[in-house]
Design a protein around this ligand. Structure first.
Ligand SMILES: [Zn+2]
Ligand SMILES: [Zn+2]
Length: 189
């Protein structure tokens, strides 16, 4: 697994693995270091922030039809050829929250109404067109998850992210994907 390094306050470069992204690590000097998000680690290492190793591998496997060829139900372990499409959202798009400034403006408008109410409405119309303000990007991969006929209904109803991660982790390459994106959101088709 690719190692990245983060600099400690003491000047040492501390090796971290992608699985440590977003967590903390300890330097030999005893200091606790916050490990940046994976995208930031990648950028710092001169790699493309969002072309994840596992994502690229999964996409290659999908293109070659090699994903989930093993055919063991991720839920009960029985041999099966049936699969269920699953979306893995690796990087969420962050939507800027404007509710605070909007709240303040509406209070002011209330106090000074009806003088400023027209202005406020105009402002709201203006800002509503530009919302939501998106920062960041998201990487979504749709993968086939081996699920036997008996488990299909049950798996399709599963919303619990921990359970869904556990199901995905029965396939090694998906486990690698989740190692790189521990906060990935999983949605069953
Ligand atoms: Zn240190
Ligand atoms: Zn099953």
């Amino acid at each position: 697994m690719t190692e990245y390094s983060v600099e400690c306050g003491c000047g040492r470069a501390v090796d971290v693995s992608p699985t440590q992204a977003g967590t903390q690590t300890t330097c030999t000097c005893g200091r606790t270091i916050d490990v940046p998000r994976l995208s930031q680690l990648r950028t710092a290492a001169g790699e493309s922030a969002f072309s994840a190793g596992a994502v690229a591998t999964v996409r290659q496997m999908l293109a070659a039809g090699q994903c989930a060829v093993d055919g063991r139900c991720s839920n009960c372990g029985v041999d099966t050829n049936a699969t269920r499409g699953v979306h893995v959202i690796c990087e969420r798009v962050h939507v800027a929250d404007k509710s605070n400034s909007r709240g303040i403006v509406s209070i002011i408008s209330f106090i000074f109404s009806p003088l400023t109410i027209g202005l406020w409405i105009a402002w709201r119309i203006m800002t509503s067109k530009t919302q939501p303000k998106e920062t960041g990007r998201e990487t979504v991969v749709r993968v086939p998850l081996p699920v036997c006929d008996l488990c299909q209904k049950r798996v399709s109803r599963t919303k619990n992210q921990r359970k869904l991660h556990a199901l995905l982790r029965t396939v090694p390459i998906y486990a690698q994907l989740l190692d790189e994106y521990p906060d990935a959101q999983v949605i069953v088709d």
